[in-house]
Write a protein that binds this ligand. Structure first.
Ligand code: AMP
Length: 376
């Protein structure tokens, strides 16, 4: 079984190409038998059925014709949900044997409307041939004579079917990898975001205690590598002491192994100090998607610049951190504005962004953060 990643989702082989082609031949043979001498007109519904229609038609050995239509959303509301109308059918179908060729029938509402519409144009008969049928979702009584496969109610793609327009070119049919919804619902991965000195570490400690989250502070990971004198630590030191960011590739490489150390079904991990660049955010999204996980929220702690400076200088005196001196702090703040702050818009785009006023009473800030997390 092979798996493919399409955008943020993972899919695994469901029906391999050979099996699809074999079963299409079985259905085509039935059409050859049932419609001999009738010169049926295949009406293929775009876009999803284009691959199926091509393979089906080449297995039909009796004389036949094909035309393509699209469905457009129908203006108006109905109890059966969204209804679509046919566009692009220019052929005269009076007296013709018509076969509607669809990639998938689920509720059947759209198919029912197609049959009713075609019926007003006086065909001899209208038949349905669908690659896939989801019997569990069928809500409208339909006589579907030609079904290649009946499938459960899974999210599928490939062989002409898409996810957000991608994946139509896959030769087999794939289904989404089980997302284990019970785990994902209780797992809240959170990016805690802000400039150096905004209180990410302090608030992370309180969140870990309250919610039992895991915690990844990339700054702490790097400092521990520096302390142990590892190769990574030596490389990191040269950047950290200059107030610069460690190259994305190095950071991304260490991320997955630290994340996996929390196991598969943790309550959530707080990402503190990561991502700091857009490529890091993209890598984080992909790393989580590969595991069927995701970010639940990005929480920005916003603090005025003069306050950040004050806090960092104080911390430098207390903790002895080599990068908490006036010159390096200024560089880190510049790096934050130029390379890290653009992530605010990136996460707004992902609909994950939450703003917190990070200036003021520690407990008020904590309670504002908890309000966001409790609603996730
Ligand atoms: P922090 O403890 O989060 O303030 O990080 C201290 C320093 O470690 C930063 O100024 C960077 O030099 C480096 N660092 C930490 N996290 C990252 C990251 N995600 N990407 C690049 N560099 C990082």
């Amino acid at each position: 079984m092979s798996t493919v990643q399409i955008k943020d989702k993972q899919f695994e082989t469901f029906i391999p190409e050979e099996k699809i082609l074999k079963q299409i031949k079985v259905v085509a043979d039935k059409i050859n038998h049932d419609m001999a001498g009738e010169n049926p007109l295949l009406i293929a519904v775009l876009n999803g059925s284009f691959v199926f229609a091509a393979d089906l038609m080449r297995e039909i050995t009796i004389p036949c014709e094909i035309t393509f239509v699209k469905l457009a959303s129908y203006q108006g509301t109905t109890s059966t949900g969204e209804i679509k109308e046919i566009i692009g059918l220019n052929e005269d179908i009076t007296g013709r044997t018509v076969i509607i060729v669809e990639d998938i029938v689920d509720t059947g509402a759209t198919m029912k409307r197609m049959i009713d519409t075609l019926g007003t144009r006086h065909p001899e008969s209208v038949h349905i041939c669908t690659l896939l049928l989801k019997p569990d979702k069928l809500r409208v009584p339909l006589d579907i004579e030609y079904v290649v496969f009946s499938i459960p109610n899974d999210f599928i793609l490939g062989y002409g079917l898409d996810y957000d327009q991608q994946g139509r070119n896959l030769r087999s049919i794939y289904k989404i990898v089980d997302y284990q919804p019970n785990i994902i619902n209780t797992m809240r991965n959170i990016v805690i975001f802000g400039a150096p000195g905004s209180g990410k570490g302090t608030q992370s400690d309180k969140l870990i205690e309250k919610y039992g989250f895991g915690h990844i502070s990339t700054g702490d990971v790097l400092r521990s590598e520096m302390k142990r004198g590892t190769e990574l630590g030596k490389t990191a030191k040269s950047y950290i002491d200059q107030g610069q960011l460690i190259p994305d590739e190095l950071m991304v490489n260490i991320l997955a192994s630290v994340y996996d150390s929390f196991g598969k079904d943790h309550k959530g991990v707080i990402f503190d100090g990561f991502p700091r660049t857009i490529p890091q955010a993209e890598a984080l999204k992909k790393m989580l998607a590969d595991r069927g996980h995701q970010i639940a929220a990005m929480i920005e702690l916003e603090v005025p610049e003069n306050e950040l400076m004050k806090r960092l200088i104080k911390r430098g005196i207390e903790s002895g951190r080599s990068d908490d001196n006036a010159e390096t702090i200024q560089k880190r703040l510049d790096v934050y504005h130029n390379q890290t702050a653009p992530l605010i818009d990136w996460y707004k785009n992902e609909n994950l962004y939450h703003h917190i006023n990070g200036f003021g009473e520690l407990d008020r800030i904590f309670s504002d953060i908890c309000d966001v997390i409790d609603k996730l």
